[in-house]
Design a protein around this ligand. Structure first.
Ligand code: FMN
Length: 283
């Protein structure tokens, strides 16, 4: 039954979305295989993970073939680009200090801010792209904005030096290739002095059952020891996957807490839940 529900959900999310930015849809990657390449398999036994683990059985063959066909190119890219390339740590010196009285920062990564969409992108037909007074906004950005509003803090976006393709399927393929080789995208300089904050709300989309590789770049370039890291994931069925545990492994000195897993297609319905989580957990 859950297979049918997730399949139906992905189908609905992809429907009428020319940019394909709404969701995994039929393009939804195979989280289990993706994770197997780079880290421990996801924690078994969590009910929420059952949905994710069932989904790939619904026919990712085509997706996997497409990924396999381009894997060699990914390896070349990684070799040329130096897989160890990490974020620009010099940003710490130049970034703004935290605002007086605020000890929290909402850090997010989203496909939207990392893609050069044309001005006439059809945001109306996409569940993942919306327009507000600041321009285009993705699901992770929207979640971070609500968190920041409720926590009385600022936001900071994780931005890659190289943008992702406008075409959704191409982004999905590239993300898989990056994951396969453990690629660490170069990041633009941080806009905030991350080390100055005590609490980090970390918001990102589930990409192939894992953190986007840009979030690995971010974590590689910061020691979050002594901080509380509240993890919020937006997804289209996979929920957290193993991301909370992965972040805890990467930041052993931090207290990493599971925040909320917010389905992208329903993000606007989740505003109150997100705000309430912040109220319930802020110091
Ligand atoms: C490259 C890529 C990989 C994705 N992989 C998954 C996945 O494994 N599981 C899932 O539930 N959703 C997956 N999605 C869907 C996104 O997590 C979801 O649409 C999210 O709400 C997008 O957030 P954003 O608008 O901030 O980018 C993927 C999307 C992309 C672009």
């Amino acid at each position: 039954m859950s297979i049918l529900l997730v399949s139906l959900l992905f189908g609905l999310c992809a429907c009428g979305n020319e940019n394909g930015a709404a969701a995994g849809g039929q393009d939804s990657p195979a989280p289990q295989e993706a994770v197997a390449d780079t880290q421990e398999p996801e924690t078994a036994g969590k009910e929420e993970e059952t949905i994710e683990n069932e989904e790939p059985a619904q026919g990712n063959t085509e997706q996997e073939s497409a990924v396999a066909g381009t894997e060699a190119a990914a390896v070349t890219q990684a070799a040329a680009g130096d897989t160890a390339a990490a974020a620009d740590t010099t940003s710490v010196e130049t970034a703004e200090s935290s605002a007086p009285g605020s000890n929290a920062l909402a850090v997010y990564f989203s496909r939207v801010g990392n893609t050069d969409f044309p001005d006439d992108v059809d945001a109306d037909s996409s569940a993942s792209i919306r327009v507000d007074e600041n321009g285009l906004m993705g699901n992770a950005g929207q979640i971070a904005a609500w968190i920041a509003d409720e926590a009385g803090c600022e936001t900071m976006e994780i931005l890659t030096e190289e943008t992702y393709p406008v075409n959704y399927n191409e982004t999905v393929d590239q993300a898989k290739q990056e994951q396969n080789v453990g690629f660490r995208p170069m990041l633009k300089a941080d806009e905030k002095a991350v080390e100055d904050y005590d609490t980090i709300y970390l918001v990102f989309p589930n990409w192939w059952g894992d953190l986007p590789m840009s979030v690995y770049s971010f974590l590689d370039s910061h020691d979050l020891s002594g901080k509380t890291v509240n993890v919020f994931v937006t997804h289209e069925g996979s929920r957290f996957s193993g991301t909370v545990g992965t972040i805890q492994e990467l930041e052993p000195g931090a207290e990493v807490l599971e925040g909320l897993a917010v389905q992208g297609a329903n993000v606007t319905d989740e505003e109150q839940n997100i705000r309430q989580w912040v109220i319930d957990h802020r110091n």
